[in-house]
Design a protein around this ligand. Structure first.
Ligand SMILES: [Zn+2]
Length: 63
């Protein structure tokens, strides 16, 4: 992974983890590509829905 000097981008990269798809995929869009971040939260690759928080991850959406 490339080193960056941008703390916000580092935080963004920390949310990108291995795929750990729920049985029904993303609750929002149904896509079966859900990633687990370093913080243990699941976020949809496509729509950035955070399953645990029940909201779109604004930081991911802005990228
Ligand atoms: Zn989704």
């Amino acid at each position: 992974m490339t080193e960056t000097i941008d703390p916000e981008f580092d935080a963004y990269l920390a949310k990108l983890g291995p795929y750990e798809n729920p049985p029904d995929g993303c609750p929002n869009c149904g896509r079966s590509r859900v990633m687990v971040g370093d913080d243990g939260l699941h976020r949809c690759e496509k729509c950035c829905w955070c399953i645990e928080e029940g909201v779109f991850d604004r930081d991911m959406l802005s990228r």
